[in-house]
Design a binder for this molecule. Structure first.
Ligand code: 5GP
Length: 193
């Protein structure tokens, strides 16, 4: 069991509706030492790939991406959730449906910060149905950038996103893949990797 899996077992809480709550160490209170270990592991798994930038999505991806970026020595760009959309041509945009909030958000990235010379590592905290990642992929494509790989902290392997993204041909490296979780017993099973 790796350190993220061990931490999920220790502090994660399984909620009804296929939601894993990890807000004591990942997406509310954050544990930088754990993030540092995660960054080191992604660096190892993407060894040999040229990465010029990390692209993530507001809000929970930002902390993880920033610490991971120190292992790659590259900047982080995060897609912002746009409140009012001023489509002045200066932004790449994508529509993302939120798994946890069940609403749709327009996400935007300024054209100043992504272009066709970029080789991107996409990072996010969770992968469920893959909507957030598809939005980031759409933005990367609009910029003409190359997606070199995708790093996810927790993939819920019983939802469709992982298979969809792997079928698109991307190198997807999830540090913990939850195969099953039971909100009544609290039991969590991980995929062997
Ligand atoms: P997807 O777009 O793949 O359906 O869902 C991924 C996004 O939804 C992530 O950015 C994450 O913020 C949120 N999310 C999905 N499942 C969970 C979950 O079980 N727990 C938490 N805390 N967030 C989740």
């Amino acid at each position: 069991m790796n350190c993220l899996e061990a931490r999920i077992v220790k502090d994660g809480i399984v909620k009804e509706g296929n939601v894993l709550k990890v807000d004591s160490f990942l997406n509310h209170q954050m544990d930088p030492e754990l993030f540092n270990e995660m960054g080191r592991e992604w660096k190892r798994r993407f060894e040999g790939k040229t990465i010029t930038k990390i692209l993530t999505i507001e809000a929970s991806g930002i902390g993880i991406a920033c610490i991971a970026a120190q292992h790659f020595g590259v900047p982080v760009v995060f897609a912002k959730k746009a409140k009012s959309i001023n489509l002045d041509g200066e932004m790449y945009t994508a529509e993302v449906e939120s798994f946890t909030h069940k609403n749709k958000n327009q996400v935007i990235v300024s054209k100043k910060f992504l272009n066709e010379n970029d080789h991107l590592l996409l990072i996010d905290d969770f992968l469920a149905n893959g909507c957030a990642l598809q939005g980031l992929i759409q933005i990367a494509k609009a910029a003409g950038a190359t997606v070199e790989g995708i790093g996810i902290a927790v993939e819920k392997g019983f939802q469709a996103g992982g298979q969809i993204i792997r079928n698109l041909g991307y190198q997807l490296e999830s540090l913990a893949i939850v195969e099953e979780m039971n909100w009544e017993t609290g039991e969590i099973k991980f995929r062997e990797q």
